[in-house]
Design a protein around this ligand. Structure first.
Ligand code: 3AM
Length: 259
């Protein structure tokens, strides 16, 4: 086999494998894990070094070994991920500039001990929470979402508050656009019909800013506002790993351009 400087697909599969919690594969799993870690390091060094021959040969030797002995494990791992239920929700993403400004505003207006701040790139407006969803159900829900046709809308975030019961401080809108309410209501109805439990509480569009806000915190007086155009909604996966929640966009659904 030829030495290739770019072996991204292999690195990606191994990287993903290593991200999983240790102990998923009993027996020789941890040995293979150590081996793969060294393999990744070796490939990284080889690339950084601009193709040093000796490193390259070591990497190739390790890759060949991994190819023989680890590919079955990696395939098992991939299949197990694909068939695991995922925690999903539909939401609106915030433009990067709005995220930046909101995080800045939050830092200036809330005490550090007010609650646990949601990371900037995790800020979102939930439309429908789906819960743990199998691959089949995900396909069905994604197909239904893909059939939604509606024009985009403009969202103004000019309201804030706290829910003591769920311990969150949120940012919202005083006049929710009709398009937003329609979209959430449709996604929730589709979710409910597909067997995803939907909370009976009315939809209150909000962006969670702080979690674990146990005590009442002073809410900044009106006067703040962010306005942006919303041109799509997103299906997100929520994963908890290494002590933090990560949201990954799985599919994007652009609104109709015209109107
Ligand atoms: O947009 P926020 O942060 O309010 O609270 C969870 C988060 O909403 C909510 O779904 C969003 C993405 O995780 N969520 C989590 N579990 C839920 C549940 N059982 C839930 N919403 C309703 N029911």
């Amino acid at each position: 086999p030829r030495l290739q400087q770019d072996n991204a697909p292999v690195d990606m599969a191994i990287g993903e494998y290593l991200q999983r919690q240790p102990g998923r594969f009993p027996g020789a799993g941890w040995r293979i894990e150590q081996y793969l870690r060294r393999l990744l390091q070796c490939g990284k060094k080889f690339r950084e070094d601009g193709g040093n021959r000796q490193l390259g040969h070591e990497w190739l030797r390790r890759l060949t070994f991994a190819g023989k002995h680890c590919s079955i494990l990696i395939i098992h791992y991939r299949v197990s991920i694909m068939s695991e239920p995922k925690r999903l929700f539909f939401a609106l993403e915030l433009p990067a500039e709005a995220q930046r400004q909101i995080v800045h505003w939050r830092a200036a207006n809330f005490a550090e001990d007010a609650g646990r701040p949601v990371a900037a790139d995790n800020l979102h407006l939930t439309l429908a929470f789906l819960g743990e969803v199998s691959a089949d159900k995900q396909r069905a829900l994604a197909a239904l979402a893909g059939r939604i046709h509606q024009p985009g809308f403009t969202l103004t975030l000019d309201d804030a508050g706290q829910w003591l019961r769920s311990r969150v401080v949120w940012l919202g809108t005083r006049r929710p656009p009709r398009g937003l309410l329609q979209l959430a209501s449709l996604l929730r109805a589709q979710a409910a019909r597909s067997g995803c439990y939907q909370s009976p509480q009315p939809f209150h569009p909000h962006i969670t800013l702080l979690r674990e806000a146990r005590h009442a915190v002073p809410i900044p007086p009106p006067g703040f506002s962010w306005t942006f155009a919303v041109s799509e909604f997103v299906l997100y996966e929520s994963r908890f790993s290494r002590g933090r929640t990560r949201y990954t966009a799985l599919e994007r659904y652009p609104f109709n351009k015209e109107s």
